[in-house]
Ligand binder design. Structure first.
Ligand code: HEC
Ligand code: HEC
Length: 208
């Protein structure tokens, strides 16, 4: 009598429920890719309880921000992940920039529309406020006249009005990110922006 099929069947019966309940994948594929973005810490805290990072790894790399937003919201409802609403944009930001359509490119939208200005920007030509706001997703978290994830630019301008070194302070804030000036939610750092870009943005914010 051949025992092999029976052993295989018993093994499969034991292994399957265990896989469904526990995260037991090899460390390399199970872990989220390290990043300086604030969402990295949040996915480690919030996204490892039910499944590993492998579900994220296997999503199409072309997935846009809206796709990640819908996916993370689905984890909260109906799947029941205990996510705080204010953390969701930061998680989405990390996911789209690490696994999705915005990987490694500072100018995804603008570059797709017209290749020539992107090359000019790389060569050091000044970039417009609209390009900078769009390419760096500032507008995902900020609006001029109302609080979104970050403060309204109008309120930032009002707070720094009359401050002698307002431009320098805001250039530093945008470059380094951080939290505590407007609330507990952190602003991501933008180390890839050079002084010219930072000055364009800071000057524009202060004029709102
Ligand atoms: C409460 C449990 C739970 C938590 C916490 C959780 N997920 Fe999920 N996740 C699920 C379930 C259930 C599925 C669906 C599995 C399936 O269809 O086989 C899933 C599937 C996915 C998928 C596959 C695509 C899809 O739409 O099914 C991705 C990507 C994903 N999760 C990302 C995340 C991220 C990012 C987080 C943290 C923000 C997270 N998950 C937290 C339960 C969870
Ligand atoms: C993921 C969300 C997010 C993105 C993207 C983002 N910000 Fe912010 N921003 C915030 C939050 C949150 C704060 C408040 C931080 C605090 O309380 O200290 C903030 C604060 C600021 C401030 C005020 C800083 C100060 O010193 O008072 C400025 C100016 C600003 N952001 C500009 C920008 C610009 C320009 C971009 C794009 C290059 C950008 N932000 C991208 C969330 C974001």
């Amino acid at each position: 009598m051949n025992m092999k099929p029976l052993i295989a069947a018993v093994f499969a019966a034991c292994a399957l429920p265990a896989m469904a309940l526990e995260v037991t994948l090899p460390a390399e594929t199970a872990a989220y890719r390290p990043s300086d973005l604030p969402g990295y810490r949040l996915v480690q805290q919030n996204c490892m309880t039910c499944h590993s990072a492998q579900y994220v790894e296997t999503q199409p790399q072309t997935s846009p921000r809206a796709y990640w937003d819908a996916t993370v919201k689905k984890m909260k409802k109906p799947f029941g992940a205990p996510l705080r609403d204010e953390d969701i944009p930061l998680i989405v930001d990390y996911l789209v920039k690490t696994y999705g359509a915005e990987r490694g490119s500072a100018t995804p939208v603008a570059a797709a529309a017209t290749a020539a200005p992107a090359t000019a920007a790389a060569a050091g030509a000044p970039r417009s406020v609209d390009t900078l706001l769009g390419a760096n997703q500032c507008s995902a978290c900020h609006a001029v006249d109302k609080k979104v994830v970050g403060p309204a630019f109008h309120d930032v301008a009002a707070k720094y009005a009359g401050n002698a070194d307002a431009t320098g302070k805001l250039m530093q804030s945008i470059r380094s990110g951080g939290s505590g000036k407007w609330g507990q939610v952190p602003m991501p750092a933008f180390p890839q922006l050079d002084d010219a870009d930072l000055k364009t943005l800071a000057t524009w914010v202060l004029s709102r």
